[in-house]
Design a protein around this ligand. Structure first.
Ligand SMILES: Nc1ncnc2c1ncn2[C@@H]1O[C@H](COP(=O)(O)OP(=O)(O)OP(=O)(O)O)[C@@H](O)[C@H]1O
Ligand SMILES: [Mg+2]
Length: 317
């Protein structure tokens, strides 16, 4: 009985006992044949299933790659369409300027010549601004950090808008934290972010129809120290212009979203967000219609290792 069980465990199809009877042996051999045929069938079946599974996986992978390619193409298509729309607006501006220049020359009107030429120049600047933004936006780049003064970056950015703000009766204010001396940032990147935010804030005042307001834009900095996050730099740009509806707020950081009817590309905030994210920081907004807006940028102060060590190591006396 023991050895019979052992043979079955090792794959024997049957066990017959002596003395061997022919009909029993025949029956047993037939069962063995059946069993061999069945296990071969099962093996074939499993192999064919495996092949099908491989084919399906391959098809699925190809479909997935196709989907990714199509999505990328759709995004490129969308971007090109947005860009084409903006370029068309610039072309209209250029044509208008050229028409004025031509008419001024034909009719000898120097005043008109000056206006027309100004229009041409503005639109040429728009093209180069657009190209700069698109290039900056399309490249994945790591911030080129150096030790710099965040307050100085703010002062330089604000300076660029003195004339424009004055022309539109918008007061510019700075509220800079004297404790914020140095940080490890991409100076150009942060400069661009601030330029975008201040430009938007001034625009929000220019577009505001409530003339009873004394329009103002304030740029504030603060060195925030917290137990869990360490030292963080806060840049805040606040205006008391048009403010935003929830619908506008939801679309702020999407490509080519602009309410400035051809005067904006609608990639200023998206590009700014990209720079902030490359720094590992955050940008957020608070706004109410008619009451203005505050854009807040939070970045780690992130001094380089050597500097931080030297600065924060407790000195033994
Ligand atoms: N401070 C603000 N107050 C009110 N609306 C704002 C403010 N900042 C941005 N917005 C809204 O967000 C939109 C998108 O801003 P974004 O800077 O991305 O593009 P834009 O200023 O229209 O064009 P550009 O690409 O030239 O900057 C603006 O058109 C405007 O509607
Ligand atoms: Mg803008």
């Amino acid at each position: 009985m023991e050895s019979a069980l052992a043979t079955l465990r090792h794959g024997a199809s049957d066990v017959i006992t002596k003395p061997i009877r022919d009909e029993l042996l025949m029956l047993s051999l037939e069962r063995a044949e059946e069993k061999i045929a069945m296990s071969q069938q099962l093996k074939d079946h499993v192999e064919s299933l495996e092949r099908k599974l491989e084919d399906c996986t391959l098809e699925l992978r190809q479909a997935q790659e196709e989907l990714i390619k199509n999505r990328r193409l759709a995004t490129i298509g969308e971007s090109v369409a947005g860009l084409a729309h903006y370029v068309k607006n610039i072309m209209t501006g250029l044509r208008g300027g050229m028409y004025m220049v031509n008419t001024a020359m034909a009719k000898d009107k120097p005043h008109m010549l000056k206006d027309g030429w100004g229009m041409v120049q503005r639109n040429i600047e728009n093209v180069s601004d657009l190209m700069r933004d698109v290039l900056r936006f399309s490249k994945e780049r790591t911030p080129e950090r150096s030790v710099c003064s965040p307050n100085e970056i703010v002062s330089k950015a604000v300076e660029l808008f003195r004339e424009k703000a004055k022309e539109h009766h918008v007061k510019l204010y700075m509220d800079l934290d004297p404790n914020l001396k140095e940080a490890y940032l991409d100076r150009d990147g942060i400069h661009n972010v601030l330029v975008n935010l201040i430009s938007n804030a001034i625009d929000a005042c220019i577009y505001d129809t409530d003339i009873s307001k004394a329009w103002g834009v304030t740029v504030r900095t603060e060195l925030v120290t917290s137990a869990n996050l360490g030292e963080t730099i806060l840049f805040e740009v606040t205006d008391n212009g048009t403010g935003m509806t929830d619908e506008v707020k939801a679309k702020l950081f999407t490509k080519f979203f602009s309410t400035k009817a051809g005067r904006g590309t609608g990639i200023g905030l998206l590009g700014s967000q990209k720079i902030i994210h490359e720094h590992g920081g955050e940008i957020s907004v608070q706004s109410k219609v008619g009451q203005g807006a505050t854009f807040s940028v939070r970045l780690k102060r992130a001094m380089p290792k050597d500097n931080t060590g030297a600065r924060h190591k407790p000195t033994k006396t």
